[in-house]
Design a protein around this ligand. Structure first.
Ligand code: ADP
Length: 491
């Protein structure tokens, strides 16, 4: 199968969240399964083309925008540890900037940047003479490719046998813009914008909606989230369209790329370990992690350690933590460690905590891949009280490292974390359902009650480490959906 994967984020070149991880391992797994994929990404300023071995090609794209043509150059490289070609789309007006989406506020011309990128994706296939069976778009940034495929490129020989598959990683980010700005620019024209048209939602252009409506098949990143978004509570205002397309929607659980996220082979962590020696391995990682935050042997390093690695946004349930964490810290019930960045109100709150509890609240505001591995390996627990969570990767990484997740039962957490049952010894974590700080606190207390309480503490960690959410299965599930999409398009 020939596959084009187009995304605003692909790890390790450009990452702000889980999207980048998925778009990076899918093509590599598909390659192993004999598929022929090319991945397309904007050439952002911060991508170190020398380091990653990208070279400019002679291919110049002529990208129709409104009534004129804009230009882009393709750069070619590969996904690390693979032969999957990655093409960066260079246009310095749009992408020669420090951020993916903003710095940190959204760039005001994001609609234009991503319409351009989407259109350039279509033109790249033509320039490369690459006839895709599948055009795979991810989130609202590349949603317009689904519309182009069915309209401007419907009769183009390159796309004659192409099915469009649209993956929703997070329904909350929709790309809502003024039709006067978007419709002409995207070459659809204002006449295609009217109440009830596929471009329109609540009087504005909604990129997410048009992705959902134009795609042949739609996927989202966990089976449970696929169910949740059919209801208004999780549907972010788009549940009617989700229901309209429900027969073409599938939830595929994101997987973990265990070549990068496994304690046996992880070179970021302080010592490698496996199920055979996780007790010592985790203890040493915790010890070194705490030392790297300036703690010493006098600081009771055996206290339970609860970690978080997260974007600091409302979705992640930070307000529950604000409500309850100090109670635990004041009573010295556990130590807390956080790596995160995002909204300044949350960043400031964690800086305050660190100032007030320098030995108990360890805070790193920023983004660090290395630190994220070290925190996931060195913590005893990971706390994930999200309001909603399309899939979530951190809980799956944590499980593999024997770090026990404490999660709110929402989205992908329902598919991946099972409450520990001390009577049967089954289960991998601790859960709560209501979005409520006291329920979270109760789950934390249950979790702490088995800390150093053998055999439970060893049992749950073994259960956790033996869970397998491999990316290979995820990649195969996508191929089944692709097959299904092709049947729809080509009969
Ligand atoms: P989301 O995509 O909503 O941010 P996920 O759990 O799906 O949530 O994915 C988050 C990914 O981003 C994980 O790989 C996590 O380790 C990583 N991550 C989040 N914040 C940071 C940070 N500050 N530094 C390093 N990695 C981070």
């Amino acid at each position: 199968m020939n596959i084009i994967l187009a995304s605003a984020e692909i790890s390790p070149f450009a990452k702000s969240g889980g999207l980048a991880d998925i778009t990076s391992y899918l093509p590599r797994e598909w390659e192993r399964l004999g598929q022929n994929t090319i991945a397309l990404l904007p050439k952002y300023r911060f991508i170190d083309t020398n380091y990653w071995g990208f070279k400019p090609t002679n291919l110049i794209l002529f990208v129709p925008m409104s009534h004129w043509i804009e230009f882009a150059r393709l750069w070619e490289g590969k996904l690390p540890n693979s032969n999957v070609p990655v093409f960066l789309i260079e246009n310095n007006d749009y992408f020669d900037r420090n951020g993916i989406y903003g710095e940190p506020d959204e760039y005001p011309d994001n609609y234009r940047r991503f319409i351009f990128f989407s259109r350039a994706v279509m033109e790249s296939a033509k320039a490369l003479n690459f006839r895709p069976n599948i055009l795979h778009a991810h989130d609202f940034h590349t949603a317009f490719t689904m519309a182009f495929l069915k309209s401007q490129y419907a009769l183009d020989p390159i796309f004659q046998k192409t099915a469009g598959v649209y993956t929703i990683h997070n329904l909350a980010y929709q790309g809502i813009y003024d039709p006067k700005k978007v419709m002409e620019l995207s070459t659809f024209g204002m006449e295609q914008f009217y109440p009830g048209s596929w471009f329109e939602h609540n009087g504005a252009v909604n990129f997410m909606k048009l992705g959902i409506m134009f795609a042949d098949k739609i996927t989202t990143v966990s089976p449970n989230y696929a169910k949740e978004i059919r209801y208004s509570y999780y549907g972010e205002g788009l549940h009617d369209y989700i229901n309209l397309r429900a027969a073409d929607l599938v939830g595929i659980l994101n997987g973990v790329y265990y070549n990068e996220w496994a304690p046996e082979i992880d070179s970021y962590i302080f010592t490698k370990y496996s199920t055979n020696n996780f007790n010592e391995g985790k203890r040493y990682n915790k010890y070194q992690l705490l030392k790297s935050f300036g703690l010493t042997d006098e600081d009771n390093l055996d206290q339970p350690l609860i970690g978080m690695v997260t974007r600091l946004v409302e979705q992640k349930g930070i307000d529950l933590i604000q409500y309850k964490l100090e109670y635990f810290l004041q009573n010295q019930i556990f130590r807390f460690i956080l790596l995160g960045s995002g909204e300044s109100r949350y960043e400031d709150y964690f800086r305050y905590l660190q100032w007030k509890y320098p030995k108990l609240a360890l805070v790193h505001i920023g983004y660090s891949n290395e630190r994220s591995h070290q925190i996931i390996a060195g913590s005893d627990y990971t706390l994930l009280p999200s309001r909603f969570e399309p899939c979530g990767l951190t809980q799956m990484y944590s499980l593999r490292y024997g770090t026990i997740p404490i999660v709110r039962l929402t989205g992908g957490f329902v598919d991946t974390v099972e409450e520990y049952n001390p009577n049967t010894g089954s289960g991998t974590g601790f859960t709560f359902y209501q979005y409520n700080a006291d329920d979270m606190a109760f789950a934390i207390q249950r979790a702490l009650s088995i800390y150093q309480n053998e055999p439970h503490w060893s049992l749950i960690r073994k259960n956790a480490m033996s869970k397998d959410f491999s990316a290979q299965k995820t990649a195969m599930d996508y191929l089944k959906v692709f097959q299904w999409a092709l049947e729809k398009v080509n009969g």
